[in-house]
Design a protein around this ligand. Structure first.
Ligand SMILES: CC(C)(COP(=O)(O)OP(=O)(O)OC[C@H]1O[C@@H](n2cnc3c(N)ncnc32)[C@H](O)[C@@H]1OP(=O)(O)O)[C@@H](O)C(=O)NCCC(=O)NCCS
Length: 444
């Protein structure tokens, strides 16, 4: 289950952590037309304006499909399709441009309301698709090149570039280009660290698609994160085996996310634009609200580093005060550095544990703690499992734990109660009889 961090101070800490991590980075936002009609759109604009003001390089690619459909309908222009691609005729292109700029202008309006300057520009050089399977695609085009130098100039002036779904040939001929393609090309050309795909889709939910069971889902059953390999496997299963086609929005978005991550975008976030604050939550908290496809190392259980020590002391402090954990100093932790493992997300520690060897083939699992904002999502169990695997690798025959409050939890992990006498001699000698911890052990 996804949880938000436990206190406003922690939220602020996380926000600063991410702000310094991504400051000066380029982020591309591909936002579908229906989002502009939702009440949450004004909040989205407020949030993007905020990001632009604090130093993120925001680039907007508005999708205009539904608006183009409506305008063409209004002017009684019937579109022909080649497979799923609309053939934009010479008669249709002025109306397509009108719709595309109408949508782009909504972003100008939204940003203006938040005192951020923006420019709709001819940032896409396009070329025509030509003749496909005997059909002249006329003004339907593809990205030839993203004019990064112009975009860079605009960003340097402190403005937000907006790339409507129109591109122009070197001779000035307009083409209708899919916004997905523009977002993908712009992300690659500008070296974006993030691409946001924002629509009004419910997203990738486990009930609706065949997905591997091990993937983490949120309280709405939406997949929280995926590697590109997992994304590829889901596409393969659902598109090829289950026959869900190009019309399926969540799969289309997943495909775009996969392509972007294969093109080098570190993280792609697919979010529902109707959720107020979704971009900020996805950006500034470790546990976002959408689906993220990540190509880089995101989270892992790994050995403790010296730089993590302040983080685990902070994590342990309230648990020490509650009497759940024994107090440890930074020096004591440093001395046993190699015994510890941590679960870190983006460099901040959210769970820890240690395995101390006491001789006689036995080791103690200790200092197991989970950040209160991240409990009940299996982190504690993963830490204990990792420590048990370590003990198995070291060919130990037993792990044990001394606990005052958590015996039920260890019992649920297969540990059983035993006596002080069963402890290795070295540990028995330093057993604190006043603390009266219970001893639980697991034979390996
Ligand atoms: C015990 C602790 C590590 C569990 O962390 P966690 O990451 O939430 O653990 P998991 O997500 O793997 O497991 C959560 C499950 O255990 C249950 N649980 C948590 N603490 C429990 C306890 N003290 N007794 C019994 N069950 C407990 C939860 O209700 C949850 O149950 P569910 O899966 O049925 O919903 C965490 O609560 C903690 O830091 N406690 C304080 C420190 C401590 O006592 N450490 C042990 C001393 S070495």
């Amino acid at each position: 289950m996804t949880k938000i961090p436990f206190s406003p101070v922690d939220l602020i800490r996380e926000a600063f952590h991410y702000q310094s991590r991504f400051d000066g980075s380029t982020m591309v936002f591909k936002i579908d037309f229906p989002v502009t009609e939702d009440p949450a759109f004004s909040y989205l604009m407020k949030d993007l304006a905020l990001l632009a003001r604090i130093g993120f390089r925001v680039v907007i690619v508005p999708g205009a499909k539904e608006r183009i459909d409506a305008v063409l309908r209004e002017y009684r222009i019937v579109s022909q399709y080649q497979k799923e691609t609309r053939i934009t005729t010479a008669k249709a292109i002025p109306f397509v441009e009108m719709a595309a700029f109408d949508v782009a202008t909504r972003f100008i309006t939204g940003l203006s309301a938040n005192r951020v300057d923006a420019v709709i520009g001819n940032f896409v050089r396009a070329r025509g698709l030509g003749v496909c399977e005997g059909l002249d695609m006329e003004h339907t085009g593809t990205v030839d090149r993203i004019r990064t130098e112009s975009i860079e100039r605009v960003i340097k002036l402190g403005m937000v570039p907006i790339l409507p779904c129109i591109g122009w040939s070197p001779s000035g001929k307009p083409y209708n280009v899919p916004s997905d393609e523009i977002a993908l090309a712009a992300s690659g050309a500008l070296g974006a660290v993030k691409l946001f795909i924002i629509s009004v889709s419910e997203g990738l939910r486990t009930g609706a698609y065949a997905v591997p069971k091990h993937l983490e889902v949120d309280s709405a059953d939406r997949i929280v994160r995926l590697t590109p390999q997992e994304a590829e496997a889901i596409l393969e299963t659902n598109v090829f085996l289950q026959g869900l086609g190009a019309q399926d929005q969540a799969l289309q978005e997943l495909r775009l996310a996969l392509q972007a991550s294969q093109a080098g975008v570190e993280r792609v976030h697919i979010i529902d634009g109707r959720e107020e604050g979704a971009v900020l939550r996805e950006l500034f908290s470790n546990l976002g609200v959408g689906t993220m496809v990540y190509a880089d190392e995101y989270e892992a259980i790994r050995p403790l580093k010296t730089a993590d020590i302040p983080g685990i002391l902070r994590l342990m402090e309230p648990l020490v005060r509650q009497g759940n954990l024994v107090r440890r100093t930074a020096e004591q932790i440093q001395e046993k550095l190699a015994d510890y493992v941590v679960f870190a997300i983006d460099g901040s520690v959210h769970a820890c544990g240690a395995l101390h060897y006491w001789g006689e083939g036995q080791a103690e699992i200790a200092a197991v703690a989970t950040d209160p904002g991240y409990t009940d999502i299996g982190l504690g169990r993963r830490i204990v499992r990792c420590l048990i695997e370590r003990a198995v690798k070291q060919e130990l025959h037993r792990v044990f734990v001394l606990t005052t409050h958590t015996h039920d939890w260890f019992e649920s992990l297969g540990f059983t109660e035993c006596s002080v006498e069963s402890l290795p001699e070295c540990r028995r000698k330093v057993y604190d009889h006043k603390r009266r911890s219970k001893i639980f052990a697991l034979d390996l």
